[in-house]
Ligand binder design. Structure first.
Ligand SMILES: C[S@@+](CC[C@H](N)C(=O)[O-])C[C@H]1O[C@@H](n2cnc3c(N)ncnc32)[C@H](O)[C@@H]1O
Length: 201
């Protein structure tokens, strides 16, 4: 999405609605998800998102999970389907994306997804697992502020997994995590997309 169409992280996208569906095929399940214009990668599941869903370490059986920047919900819905005993908070600023994510969770019968705007989150939510294809395009300062705030919510054994393309700064982001005192490991890399795991030292 360029400037004329607005940004995928606008609260209320200006692009006219054009609802459609995309298919997310994974080894363990296939999901059909509603998407639209005005949301991130509404025309196909983003390859970076797919890498995270294919290669991230197995989540714990239960706990509080978060998808930061859920978009229409491919990560949140997959996590919730794989771990029915977990509660998955799906958080975004884009109201069209949030509504799609809510509808996708409902269509899939996933009553463990909590679709939430950033201002409606419980103040003291402690997070066991965070998965995110983060909003790099909001700019480095805003991204660092966002990720710092979320990482502070990790429980002592909590883990965060981010997927970021090398052309969008994954290597400098990994260095920044380390400079901030976090353990940050590159788990895998495919077609330039890097999977980074971050946790407390
Ligand atoms: C790269 S997209 C990933 C979307 C989705 N998880 C996927 O994989 O298709 C990043 C998302 O972060 C959202 N976002 C931007 N700023 C945010 C913020 N401050 N807090 C939460 N989400 C934000 C954007 O609206 C966008 O939906």
């Amino acid at each position: 999405m360029g400037d004329a169409a607005g940004h995928y992280f606008d609260a209320d996208p200006t692009a006219p609605s054009a609802p459609r569906t995309v298919r997310l095929d994974l080894p363990d399940r296939s999901l059909v998800l509603r998407t639209d214009r005005g949301v991130f990668s509404g025309e196909r599941v983003d390859p970076a998102t797919k890498l995270l869903l294919l290669e991230a370490p197995d989540p714990p059986e239960e706990g509080v999970f978060v998808d930061v920047g859920c978009g229409y919900g491919p990560i949140a819905c997959t996590l919730a389907a794989r771990r029915p005993r977990a509660v998955v908070w799906a958080v975004d600023v884009n109201r069209r994306a949030l509504e799609l994510c809510r509808a996708n969770a409902e269509d899939l019968g996933l009553d463990n997804v909590r679709t939430t705007g950033v201002d409606e989150l419980p103040a003291h939510l402690a997070v066991d697992l965070l998965w995110s294809n983060p909003p790099i395009r909001i700019g480095k300062a805003a991204l660092h502020e966002l990720l710092s705030a979320w990482l502070q919510r990790l429980t002592p054994a909590g883990r965060a997994v981010f997927v970021v393309h090398k052309h969008l700064g994954s290597d400098s982001l990994q260095r920044w995590f380390a400079e901030q005192g976090w353990a940050a490991t590159r788990l895998t890399s495919r077609d330039g997309n890097r999977l980074l795991e971050v946790h407390r030292r």
